[in-house]
Design a binder for this molecule. Structure first.
Ligand SMILES: [Zn+2]
Length: 273
């Protein structure tokens, strides 16, 4: 699942490539993934319009167009964007394709069909976007704000960190990395954390995401369809040795997802619900 660091690097790349380019063609090959909030012809607000900005908000990518239209991509679990020359045949089956007058095409595919692409006159119309909490790397999200927001949420820490209304941008993989860094058991209840624990989680949220961002800025380049996760320390590394203590990394299937952590560094007990 693309998360904050993945999508930030994609937004930065597409901002460099596409700002000023005009849309020449839109092809919708699987209509169910595209929500056209204008109604009517999809091409009308798009073709001829120039891209004026590409940015990321939480786990959404936002494209602003000179027509006033917004093109919004929320890839969810498995959505992928690929940037390629329009003449190039690409593997897989794209669901939506936008072509530009610079000779490039942006293709969106999604083997799980869970993600969504929106064409909208206003961002407020996009479900889930206006309810997002502050971005996990936002300069305005101080430790004090983080701690105050955390007190309003109940339940297990991993569930809270991945709740986009709490902070935006963290998904399953980076939640595991942040909690490993902070030495906190992923299923620990929020109300058992003391202020030192909260400070550690906050500091790790910042450092893990920033360091992933630095790594991905170096490595992703034009291959925005590839998700690079080989530098993660625990997520997806079940039964491999913990990089801190050597204990085999545990994987628990709970709450409809896989959680990777070190039993030695992050002690705790899962209460099955
Ligand atoms: Zn360990």
């Amino acid at each position: 699942m693309p998360e904050l660091p993945d999508l930030q690097v994609i937004a930065e790349f597409l901002q460099r490539e596409l700002v000023g380019a005009a849309v020449t063609q839109v092809a919708v090959l699987k209509p169910i993934v595209l929500r056209n909030l204008y109604g009517g012809e999809v091409a009308a607000p798009l073709v001829g319009a120039r891209v004026s900005a590409v940015e990321r908000r939480g786990k959404f990518l936002l494209f602003a167009l000179s027509s006033g239209a917004r093109w919004v991509v929320n890839p969810m679990l498995a959505g992928r964007l690929r940037y390629h020359e329009t003449s190039e045949r690409v593997p897989g089956r794209p669901f939506v394709r936008l072509s530009f007058d610079n000779g490039s095409t942006l293709s969106y595919s999604d083997p799980k069909s869970m993600g969504k692409v929106y064409l909208t006159p206003a961002l407020e119309l996009v479900p889930g976007l206006s309810g997002l909490g502050p971005d996990a790397l936002s300069g305005e999200l101080s430790l004090e704000t983080f701690a105050a927001r955390l007190r309003r949420h109940h339940g297990e820490l991993k569930g809270i960190l991945t709740n986009q209304q709490f902070v935006a941008g963290i998904g399953n993989a980076y939640a595991d990395e942040i909690l490993f860094c902070a030495r906190v058991y992923p299923f620990r209840k929020r109300n058992t954390l003391n202020s030192e624990d909260v400070s550690r989680v906050y500091a790790c949220m910042r450092s893990v995401l920033q360091s992933a961002l630095d790594t991905l800025r170096q490595r992703v380049g034009a291959d925005i369809h590839e998700e690079i996760r080989d530098f993660l320390l625990v997520h997806g590394r079940g039964s491999m040795p913990c990089p801190r203590c050597g204990t085999a990394i545990s994987e628990i299937h709970a709450r409809q997802r896989v959680t990777s952590f070190c039993r030695q560094c992050q002690p705790g007990t899962l209460i099955r619900q």
